[in-house]
Ligand binder design. Structure first.
Ligand code: GAF
Length: 367
């Protein structure tokens, strides 16, 4: 099969989406509640069993051709994209035959839209179906997260994988990262003449870089020094009286504020109060920029321009240091907001951004 061709005749084909996140940023690994939803961009994976123990992987998005023996899986080093696939094979921890795996998809990479979770979840879903493994969607999300934590070495939380596995059309996923319970919130933007615009700043972000791990570590330092099993249990009173290093305190103040904003956003969504939702989004941007310090100048500019041009809310989204932002705005204002952001970027000689309207979409499925 040529590199650029997906194997539509594979024994099983599964697909999984990238995600956006309305609110609840950097609190998944702190045991918070997050509000993501799947976007319509998806990654497809075709898998056919082999009669030997060789795993072969190719992707329409890469010139690499990967060939690995099951016996070498644990110590395999190679391109990161392939490690997301192999990590799932590793963490699914079952005796399986050799596999021919082909990958294709349109989730933008390095844009903070979880192309990695989409790939992991598509692989996990395909294997589950092909070998009748009997895992639930939530268990598959946990397997995908384990792949990323232990095989790729990125200490992410469960939000992206949960969103990719569990999302439903026209809904926000309310996912509790402590209890792992989930629910769906209505997201009737159309009835209110509103849309979600995703703006890719075209500043590439790599979660395997140090900034994400460093924020994760600050939260872990606070949690252990306060003797808590989760920062979810950190009340504002306990936080006020806690003896924390000033930088750790600054980081954790984002966590405390974000958990509170999520609670308020859930209430606002239940009554379609989108003015309030937008205002919490914008507060989250300020918190991620000033307290967590993970925003970047291109996104700060896009947020300011959007708010000046009628957005109800605007914020950076995802791991930080690059990638995309999420903007809530009247549908009618989209052309103006997009044009204004583009011209502001041109004026600063920034790479032109890319924008799209996000419709909450369905999670992983067999094709
Ligand atoms: C990345 C991570 F993978 C998620 O687990 C989450 O922490 C997110 O950044 C920030 O909310 O997407």
């Amino acid at each position: 099969m040529p590199h650029d061709q997906f194997d539509h005749n594979a024994s099983v084909v599964a697909s999984a989406p990238g995600r956006a996140n309305l609110l609840g940023e950097h609190i998944d690994y702190a045991g918070g509640i997050v509000l993501p939803f799947a976007i319509s961009y998806r990654t497809s994976v075709g898998i056919t069993p082999r009669t030997d123990k060789t795993i072969r992987i190719r992707s329409a998005q890469s010139p690499d051709f990967i060939e690995v023996q099951w016996s070498d899986l644990a110590t395999w080093q190679g391109p990161t994209w392939a490690r997301y696939v192999l990590g799932v094979l590793h963490s699914i921890d079952r005796e399986l035959p050799g596999l021919d795996i082909s990958v294709d998809g349109d989730v933008p990479q390095g844009s903070g839209l979880s192309s990695s979770a989409a790939l992991e979840c598509a692989v996990a879903t395909a294997l589950n179906e092909l070998f009748d493994l009997g895992f639930s969607p939530l268990e598959l999300a946990k397997i995908a997260k384990k792949a990323e934590n232990e095989y790729v070495g990125m200490p992410c939380g469960l939000m992206d994988q949960a969103a990719s596995m569990l999302s439903r059309e026209n809904s926000i996923l309310q996912f509790d990262c402590l209890s792992l319970e989930h629910d769906y919130l209505p997201f009737n933007l159309n009835n209110h003449g509103l849309s979600i615009l995703i703006v890719d700043s075209r500043v590439k972000h790599e979660l395997v870089d140090g900034g994400y791990a460093n924020r994760f570590k600050a939260c872990e330092t606070a949690r252990t020094s306060l003797g808590l099993d989760s920062l979810r249990h950190l009340t504002p009173e306990l936080f006020e009286s806690a003896d924390l290093d000033p930088l750790v305190r600054k980081r954790v103040s984002h966590i405390v504020g974000e958990m509170d904003r999520v609670e308020k956003t859930i209430q606002a969504l239940k009554v379609d109060d989108f003015q309030a939702v937008g205002s919490y989004m914008t507060q989250t941007h300020a918190s991620l920029r000033d307290l967590f310090e993970i925003s970047w100048v291109e996104m700060d500019l896009a947020v300011d321009v959007a708010l000046d041009n009628g957005a109800l809310g605007a914020r950076m989204m995802g791991g930080g240091f690059g990638g995309s932002g999420i903007f809530l705005l009247p549908k009618a204002e989209i052309p103006t907001v997009v044009a204004q952001i583009e011209s502001a970027f041109t004026a600063k000689n920034y790479t032109p951004p890319k924008s799209f309207i996000a419709e909450p979409s369905t999670g992983a499925r067999i094709e």
